[in-house]
Design a binder for this molecule. Structure first.
Ligand code: ADP
Ligand code: ASP
Ligand code: MG
Length: 453
């Protein structure tokens, strides 16, 4: 039985959901009003919001100017952001009282961002700047609900969302603090909080990486043991392929946790790479819904594994392949251990691995320590580095017995050079490494070969 402090209160008969809305879903006054209607549905909803679309990108650009000590460039961008926020205030609120409150809120956050221009600028200041987007969008929503007479409470994610010194969610701390905060408002059916932002183990403002609001929603859903986590976005579910690259994709009705996790990790932008994991751990279904078309079925991600072969294709950009060739490999016990230790030393995780008798190839996406890694690997063999690679990944129920999938994959890719192939690491994934320039052709050919023929 699921037990959580969240259920032991006056509203315990209401079903509890986590509802997360992405940037487009809260991207304008009109969209914020639509979301307000969706969340006020009679359930006890814990609502997680992203920054308004474009805001985090703007904050990243502002930070880049500040790193370069270009305060003129930064100020121009800050003013543009301020203007966008003020238009939202004008359109979102009806009364003079709330228009004033909204303008005051914008002034405070914009002044805070401006205050960094003359200071020393490091990653700590950057993270504080990046946090402002979600703070503004959630405050807009809270004011709008208040102005509309809808009872809700705005909780600061900085009061409960924390990571450990290893950068993982601090689950016990989160659960304890979130439950405490919620139980201070036993008569409130609606909670609003920021996605993406958190504190690190030292209590400093941090974030869960780009797209991290999905992860926030899943962490909160798992902490509160909710009935369902809903990710509301700008498309009607997880599609069979990246709709930005391939035409004729369609939404997948059901995915297992493992399939969704593989797709997210291997590049399906619709989900943050690790967002499925907390939900999977607590066996809480995740439903993807479209804010622009709330009636559409969406995608249900759950513990059910539908026996069907291929579900979807995804691609992860910005991959670097490293090959270590060593004539002594076959004879040398511990060769792989030494290779992996180097990656561990430089805290660089490996996505794909293939081996042969004379060498090993791995891929990484974080190249910040590439120089050191290559230098150390040089002690064990000849090292070759290929940049601009893409992992193309086919996900589904691909158990070894399911005949014909590999044949279809290779037939579809017959004209595309494959740098690495990985199959059998899980029952749910075949991955291939291709040159970035071949990505589109590979995705289109796979869609045709696996879904459209
Ligand atoms: P949000 O702002 O709501 O978090 P995102 O932009 O992060 O939304 O994710 C939704 C977008 O992901 C879609 O608009 C679509 O362009 C892109 N996308 C990439 N791969 C897929 C896929 N397999 N299925 C659906 N959408 C995908
Ligand atoms: N606002 C953050 C971003 O754009 C987090 C999110 O939207 O999930 O990456
Ligand atoms: Mg997203």
């Amino acid at each position: 039985m699921k037990v959580s402090g969240f259920f032991f209160n006056n509203l315990k008969l209401l079903t509890v959901y986590v509802l997360k809305f992405g940037g487009t879903s809260v991207g304008s006054a009109e969209r914020i009003k639509e979301v307000a209607k969706l969340i006020n549905d009679g359930n006890r909803n814990f609502v997680v919001l992203s920054a308004m679309s474009g805001t985090t990108n703007a904050l990243v650009e502002i930070s880049e100017y500040l790193y370069k000590k270009d305060s003129e460039g930064a100020n121009k961008k800050i003013s543009a952001l301020e203007a966008k926020f003020l238009v939202t205030v004008e359109e979102l609120f009806n009364t003079e009282e709330y228009k004033k409150k909204g303008a005051e809120l914008v002034k405070n956050h914009i002044n805070h961002i401006r205050s960094f221009t003359l200071d020393m600028f490091t990653q700590y200041e950057e993270k504080e700047i990046l946090a402002q987007g979600e703070m503004v969008s959630t405050a807009f929503m809270q004011y709008h609900l208040e102005e509309s007479g809808i009872k809700s409470v705005l909780l600061s994610a900085l009061d409960f969302m924390r990571t450990t010194k290893f950068g993982e969610p601090d689950d016990n701390y989160i659960k304890e603090n979130l439950t405490k905060l919620i139980n201070e408002h036993t008569d409130v059916p609606l909670f609003i909080t920021q996605g993406y932002i958190c504190r690190n183990a030292n209590g400093m403002i941090d974030n869960l990486k780009r797209g991290g609001s999905d992860y926030s929603a899943s962490i909160i859903g798992a902490a509160l043991m909710v009935k369902e986590i809903q990710i509301w976005t700008d498309i009607d579910g997880v599609h069979t392929n990246d709709p930005r690259v391939v035409e004729d994709t369609h939404a997948i009705a059901e995915l297992s946790f493992d399939e969704a996790a593989e797709l997210a990790y291997f590049g399906a932008k619709i989900l943050h790479p690790t967002c499925v994991l907390p939900a999977k751990r607590e066996n809480i279904p995740v439903r993807i819904k479209n804010t622009l078309d709330p009636e559409a079925y969406g995608t249900l991600i759950s513990g059910n594994q539908k026996k069907e072969t291929v579900k979807a294709i995804a691609a992860k950009d910005g991959i670097t392949a490293i090959k270590i060739k060593s004539g002594r490999m076959l004879m040398a016990h511990g060769f792989l251990r030494k290779v992996f230790e180097i990656f561990e030393t430089y805290k660089t995780s490996i996505d794909m691995i293939t081996t042969s008798e004379v060498g090993v190839s791995v891929t990484i996406d974080d190249t910040s320590r590439l120089m050191e890694i290559v230098e150390d690997l040089g002690n064990y063999g000849t090292v070759t580095v290929d940049t601009d690679q893409v992992i193309v990944c086919i996900v589904g129920d691909l158990i070894a017995e399911s005949k014909g999938v590999a044949a279809k994959v290779f037939k579809a890719l017959e004209n595309i050079p494959l740098r690495m192939i990985s199959y059998g690491g899980s029952n749910h994934n075949i991955s291939m490494l291709v040159n970035a320039k071949d990505k589109k052709e590979a995705l289109v050919a796979l869609s045709k070969g696996l879904f459209n023929d």
